[in-house]
Design a protein around this ligand. Structure first.
Ligand SMILES: [Zn+2]
Length: 257
């Protein structure tokens, strides 16, 4: 049985009840973690996830609510005496800074007792194992830094990706963070599941888009802590637009895929 476990679904603002972005895919072909925001390891412990079985991590972009959980994930595995290697696919621009951070915080690769490999994400597909594959598509999420980066001479390349997962013919699209809904629109035709962030997009465009593109299930994530009445309004708005199956993400939620 293939299963998705929501490890963290908070917005960028840390929440008392939710961790930052992290989604675990348990499949016949391995256990994969998509994004690893702050709080991922604590949430995995709380949810009693057997993290020793985790083989591969994929990171969409370098914002800390999507990658800051990596050092503690490695530390947790070290303390648990992991032996299996861990592959971490991530934007190329993040590899050097994270290596420096790991060394600076004494997470020396020679000391950990297991190999962790940083691998830059490459297109077509970025990863394949058995009947599981993951393809990457660019998102314009970080483009609003263009002027600041130029002005101050930063080296950042504004890499942000959308992941399209294929699980034995089932199409699952994970938006990561977007500039707007148009970033992901052309990728979601007949998707079985769309996991989409709700912070940077216009929800009405989302509802129209998913109906038009015949998306079977939509999971809305990356929302701040909202009162139940606001969540109810989001649900009824989606229903009014003809969205048949909307799932509001919450930490610990498990769904079959
Ligand atoms: Zn972001």
């Amino acid at each position: 049985m293939n299963e998705l476990v929501v490890i963290g679904c908070s917005s960028g603002m840390p929440s008392g009840v939710k961790s930052n972005s992290a989604f675990l895919f348990r499949t016949e072909w391995g256990v994969f973690l998509v994004d690893c925001g702050e709080g991922t390891s604590a949430s995995m412990r709380r949810l009693r996830i057997d993290f020793d079985r985790l083989q591969t991590v994929f990171i969409t972009h370098a914002h800390p609510d999507h990658c800051a959980g990596l050092p503690i994930l490695i530390q947790m595995m070290f303390l648990a005496k992991r032996k299996n290697p861990l592959d971490i696919y991530l934007p190329r621009e993040l590899i050097a800074p994270i290596r420096v951070f790991m060394d600076g915080t004494y997470i020396f690769k020679e000391k950990m007792g297991f190999k962790f490999n940083f691998i830059p994400l490459k297109p077509n597909p970025a990863f394949r194992k058995g009947n599981f594959s993951l393809s990457i598509y660019p998102s314009r999420h970080l483009y609003n830094y263009t002027r600041l980066i130029k002005k101050h001479g930063y080296k950042n390349r504004m890499e942000a990706y959308i992941f399209s997962l294929n699980l034995k013919g089932k199409k699952i699209v994970y938006s990561g963070d977007l500039a707007n809904f148009q970033d992901v629109e052309s990728l979601i035709d007949d998707a079985d599941l769309l996991i989409i962030e709700g912070m940077h997009i216009d929800l009405k465009s989302l509802w129209k888009g998913v109906v038009q593109k015949r998306v079977k299930r939509v999971m809305l994530t990356h929302l701040p802590d909202l009162p139940p009445s606001r969540l109810e309004r989001i649900k009824s708005q989606a229903e009014r637009h003809g969205v048949k199956k909307l799932i509001l993400a919450e930490d610990g939620l498990r769904i079959r895929i």
